[in-house]
Design a protein around this ligand. Structure first.
Ligand SMILES: Cc1cc2nc3c(=O)[nH]c(=O)nc-3n(C[C@H](O)[C@H](O)[C@H](O)COP(=O)(O)OP(=O)(O)OC[C@H]3O[C@@H](n4cnc5c(N)ncnc54)[C@H](O)[C@@H]3O)c2cc1C
Length: 387
C-alpha cells in the first residue's frame, strides 16, 4: 500500500525574495506551507548578485507587516532627496521627503541582505523546507494539486510558482509569455565618493542611457547605468580609471570626484510577462509572472504588493469562515492584480522609451517632465506613489 502524500495548504516553488515573503505572509495566517528551491541556501548565497534595490514606502509598510523591516535596520539607507536631470538641458527637478511629509522618498537595500534576512526569518517559522529539491511533475485535481518532488509526492490546495523568469511551474502549466528584449544591459557597481551623498538619489539621462546614483553607505553610492548592449559592453571592458572618467564626464561633479569603483556586473534587460497568472490551482508571482526592466525600480516593489493582495484576500475569506483556498479566490486575485500590473508595466516601458533614444522629441519630453516635477507637487506625488 502506498503512503498518502504529505499535505500542505500551499506549496511555494522558489524561495527567492518573493517566494520567501509569500511564505512569511501565509504562515502568519496559520497556513501550512512547503517551500521548495532547486538550490540549497549555501548555493544561493554563492550566486553573483550585487543588486541594491530601491524600495518604496509601500514596500516598507508591507515588510513591516511581515515583521521583516525591523530586522533590516542595519542594512537600510533612506533616500531623502531625489535629483533628476538631463545632460545637455538646463535645470533639474528636486524632490525632498520633507516637502512631502514623508520620512524618506524610498530606501536602499542590498538584495543579498534582504535574502539573508528572509532566510533567517523563514528558518524560525514552522515551514517545511525542501531544498535543494526539484518539482518533476504537477497534477491538477478538482479540489487539490499534487506535485512530485524528488522521490516523494506532496499535495496542497494550491501551488505558487515564484521560481523566477524561466519558471518551471509556468512551463508545466503551459502558460505562454510575451517577451520584449530591450537589447540593453544594466551595469551595476558601487562608487566610492569624496563627498557624502547626503541621502540624495541622482537620476540622469545621458544621451541614450540612464544613470542612477543611489545612496548606499555614507561615502558610497550605487550606480545603475543602463543603455544599449554595445555601449555597456564597452563600459564593462574599460579599466577602472577610464570607466570612472567616463562616468565623471556623464554625471559631473555634484558628488565630487569619484574615487573608485567596485567590480562591475552587467544584467541583460528584458521584460517577460506571463499570459496569465492563474491556471486553476496554480498561481504565478514575482519574476515568474512578470520580469521588469529595473528602470523605475519596480520589480520587487510590484511583486511584494501582489503578496500583500493575495494575503489580504485570504484574510477576508477566512473572516467569512472560508479556510480552503478556492478557485474563486484565485480568480479574484488574478483579476485584482491585473490593473496595477498593467499600470506598472506601462510606466516602466515609457521610462525605458524615454531614456533609450536621443532626438528632439525625447529631449523635449525629458525637459517637460523635469519642469513638471520641479514645479508641481501633484507630479512629484504621482512619481513617488507609482513606485
Ligand atoms: C539590476 C537589477 C536591479 C533591480 N533593482 C530593483 C529595485 O531597485 N527595486 C525593485 O523593486 N526591484 C528591482 N529589481 C527587480 C528584482 O530583482 C526582482 O523583482 C526580484 O528579485 C524578483 O524576485 P523573485 O523571487 O520573483 O525571483 P528570483 O529572485 O529570481 O527567485 C527565484 C527563486 O526560484 C528558484 N528556482 C529557480 N528555478 C527553480 C525550479 N525549477 N525549482 C525550484 N526553485 C527554482 C531560484 O533558485 C530562486 O531562489 C532589479 C533587478 C535587476 C536585474
Amino acid at each position: 500500500m502506498s503512503t498518502p502524500p504529505e499535505s500542505f495548504d500551499v506549496i511555494i516553488c522558489g524561495s527567492g525574495h518573493i517566494g520567501s515573503c509569500l511564505a512569511l505572509a501565509l504562515v502568519q495566517q496559520g497556513y501550512r506551507i512547503a517551500l521548495v528551491d532547486s538550490l540549497s541556501p549555501e548555493q544561493r548565497r554563492q550566486r553573483r548578485d550585487n543588486r541594491v534595490f530601491a524600495l518604496s514606502n509601500k514596500t516598507r509598510t508591507i515588510l513591516d507587516r511581515l515583521d521583516i523591516w525591523s530586522l533590516l535596520q542595519g542594512h537600510i539607507t533612506p533616500i531623502k532627496h531625489l535629483h533628476i536631470s538631463n545632460k545637455g538641458s538646463f535645470g533639474a527637478a528636486r524632490l525632498h521627503a520633507e516637502d512631502m511629509q514623508e520620512e524618506a522618498l524610498g530606501y536602499m537595500l542590498e538584495s543579498r541582505a534582504l535574502q539573508q534576512t528572509l532566510d533567517q526569518a523563514i528558518a524560525e517559522q514552522s515551514i517545511a523546507i525542501f531544498s535543494p529539491a526539484t518539482i518533476r511533475e504537477v497534477y491538477q485535481h478538482p479540489e487539490h494539486i499534487t506535485v512530485t518532488l524528488n522521490d516523494k509526492t506532496v499535495s496542497a490546495n494550491c501551488l505558487v510558482g515564484t521560481d523566477g523568469t524561466d519558471s518551471f511551474v509556468r512551463q508545466q502549466a503551459r502558460i505562454g509569455v510575451t517577451r520584449k528584449d530591450y537589447h540593453q544591459k544594466a551595469l551595476v557597481a558601487t562608487i566610492d565618493l569624496h563627498h557624502s551623498h547626503a541621502f540624495t538619489a541622482y537620476e540622469r539621462w545621458v544621451d541614450d542611457t540612464a544613470i542612477a546614483l543611489l545612496p548606499h553607505s555614507p561615502w558610497r553610492s550605487v550606480l545603475i547605468w543602463s543603455g544599449h548592449n554595445d555601449y555597456m559592453d564597452e563600459l564593462m571592458a574599460y579599466e577602472d580609471p577610464m570607466f570612472l572618467s567616463h562616468l565623471q564626464h556623464a554625471v559631473g561633479y555634484r558628488l565630487g570626484k569619484l574615487s573608485s569603483v567596485s567590480e562591475r556586473y552587467a544584467y541583460p534587460l528584458f521584460q517577460v510577462q506571463a499570459d496569465k497568472v492563474v491556471e486553476k490551482r496554480l498561481l504565478l508571482m514575482g519574476n515568474a509572472a512578470q520580469t521588469l526592466h529595473p528602470m523605475g525600480a519596480q520589480g520587487f516593489n510590484l511583486a511584494v504588493k501582489h503578496v500583500a493582495l493575495f494575503s489580504h484576500l485570504l484574510r477576508e475569506r477566512r473572516r467569512n469562515g472560508e479556510t480552503d483556498i478556492s478557485l474563486s479566490l484565485l480568480s479574484d486575485y488574478a483579476e485584482q492584480q491585473e490593473k496595477e500590473t498593467a499600470r506598472t508595466l506601462a510606466f516602466t516601458d515609457r521610462a525605458v522609451e524615454l531614456s533609450s533614444h536621443i532626438g528632439p522629441l525625447n529631449t523635449t519630453a525629458r525637459t517637460l517632465l523635469i519642469n513638471a516635477l520641479g514645479s508641481s507637487r501633484i507630479a512629484q506625488r504621482a512619481l513617488l506613489y507609482t513606485r
